[in-house]
Structures are given as structure tokens and as C-alpha cells.
Design a protein around this ligand. Structure first.
Ligand SMILES: NC(=O)c1ccc[n+]([C@@H]2O[C@H](COP(=O)([O-])OP(=O)(O)OC[C@H]3O[C@@H](n4cnc5c(N)ncnc54)[C@H](OP(=O)(O)O)[C@@H]3O)[C@@H](O)[C@H]2O)c1
Length: 206
């Protein structure tokens, strides 16, 4: 698929390398593409990246993502699946920028013709693309209102190494709130285990 990733940071680059290795046509979207040479990945401006994408991934700081998407504009994003990995946190990681809401919901509300799927934001970038390196993959969550968009996202998660049995659809885009607010528990667990490279697993009664 043609995958555009907004952002040239840790998450965007990590996902792009893995999806490219799986055979996808990936393009990173930057505010300053001419300054982003040497990443070993194709980089373009934000508008060009959105135009390229069948699937667009938001991997920008959650507090600025809505403004960035608005600068691209709703017409350019209409009909494009948007996978949102962003979490809005203050610079010192002490507060959420959307404490009574979620970035995923706000994007869906602002861009009703763009199906939004929230996923992967409950783990470190390393784990996003290498769940098989853990003792077991654990659980990756999907939130979104559009079943087809979630099915496509599930296939792209499989390409990152996530078995279907690890992918848990937790409901509509309102459930993105739980994924984003997990950030605080993530930081607590990271402190407890002394590493950011871990995942959580949902277990049930047999
Ligand atoms: N790092 C993780 O392991 C992790 C895990 C879960 C969720 N997340 C979420 O995923 C998103 C990306 O995380 P990341 O670690 O890849 O972040 P990062 O390394 O800081 O990269 C963010 C990228 O966004 C672009 N950007 C656009 N507007 C920006 C602005 N106003 N300020 C700074 N950068 C801006 C930048 O690319 P250009 O300068 O080229 O435009 C930058 O490289 C965040 O929302 C984060 O909360 C990260």
C-alpha cells in the first residue's frame, strides 16, 4: 500500500522502515523536508505526503497534530484511512493535552470523511515493530468507527509482526480515550520494570 507518515521522528521512522521491509511504498511527511535528508527514507512535505497516501499515519506530537492536519485540509484527507498513533502530553509528560477527551476522537470529529483508527500508542516504538522480541507479543488495541478501516489497519499490524490473536478491537473511536490515557500507566510500568520495552496482555477466564 502507499503509506504516508506525518512526522520524521522516532515512531514515524521505525514504522516506515518496517512497513517498507514488508513491501509497502512509504513516504515520510515533514514540515521541513529539505532538512530531513539522510534518514534512509523518502521524505516530502506534509501536503505531498497526504496526497501520496492510501493510508496516512499521524506520528506527530499529539498537542499539535490537529493543527497540522487542519493545515493539510479536510478535502485532501477525505476518504484516506488515518491511523493515529499520537498522544498529547505536556513537555514534562505530567499532563495530557486532551485530559477529558482524546486526540483520536477530536481528529474524527474534525474530519468526518476520514476514517480514523487509533492504535499502537500504548507501547514504545521498539515494541510497535518487534512484538515477537518480547516473551510474548501481548495486546495491541484498535479503536475506530469504520470496520473496513479497522480491518485494513489489522493487516498493516500483521505486517509489523502482530499476530491476529494479539489484536483487540475495543470499539468505536471514543475508546481511543482509554488508549491515550494509558500513557500514565505506561510510564509507571516502565519505572517498575526498568525499561520501556514491554507490553501488556489482556487475559480472560478460559
Ligand atoms: N516514541 C514512542 O515510543 C511513542 C510511543 C507511543 C506513542 N507515541 C506518540 O507518537 C507521536 C510521535 O512520537 P515520536 O516519539 O516519534 O516523536 P518525535 O520523535 O518528537 O517526532 C515527532 C515528529 O513530528 C514532527 N512535528 C510536526 N510538528 C511538530 C512540532 N510542533 N513539534 C515537534 N515535532 C513536530 C517532527 O517532524 P518534522 O520536524 O520533520 O516535521 C518530528 O520529527 C507522539 O504523539 C507520541 O506521543 C510515541
Amino acid at each position: 500500500m502507499r503509506i504516508g507518515l506525518l512526522g520524521t521522528g522516532n515512531v514515524a521512522r521505525t514504522l516506515a522502515h518496517r512497513w517498507r521491509a514488508a513491501g509497502h511504498d512509504v513516504l515520510l511527511g515533514s514540515r521541513r523536508p529539505r532538512e530531513r535528508g539522510g534518514l534512509g527514507l523518502a521524505v516530502a512535505g506534509l501536503d505531498e505526503t497526504a496526497a501520496h497516501a492510501e493510508v496516512l499515519v499521524n506520528a506527530t506530537p499529539g498537542g499539535v497534530s490537529l493543527d497540522l492536519l487542519r493545515s493539510i485540509g479536510a478535502p485532501a484527507l477525505a476518504g484516506t484511512l488515518l491511523i493515529d498513533v499520537g498522544v498529547g502530553l505536556s513537555d514534562d509528560f505530567s499532563t495530557l493535552t486532551h485530559p477529558n477527551n482524546s486526540l483520536g476522537e477530536l481528529i474524527q470529529e474534525a474530519f468526518p470523511l476520514t476514517p480514523v483508527v487509533k492504535t499502537l500508542c500504548t507501547m514504545d516504538a521498539t515494541t510497535m515493530v518487534a512484538p515477537g522480541d518480547l516473551t510474548e507479543p501481548g495486546t495491541v488495541f484498535l479503536s475506530g468507527d469504520d470496520p473496513e478501516a479497522k480491518a485494513t489497519t489489522g493487516k498493516l499490524l500483521t505486517d509489523l509482526g502482530w499476530p491476529v490473536s494479539s489484536q483487540l478491537d475495543i470499539g468505536g473511536i471514543t475508546t481511543a480515550r482509554g488508549q491515550e490515557h494509558f500513557a500514565f500507566l505506561f510510564m509507571g510500568i516502565a519505572g517498575g520494570v526498568g525499561s520501556h520495552t514491554f507490553n501488556v496482555k489482556v487475559v480472560t477466564r478460559p
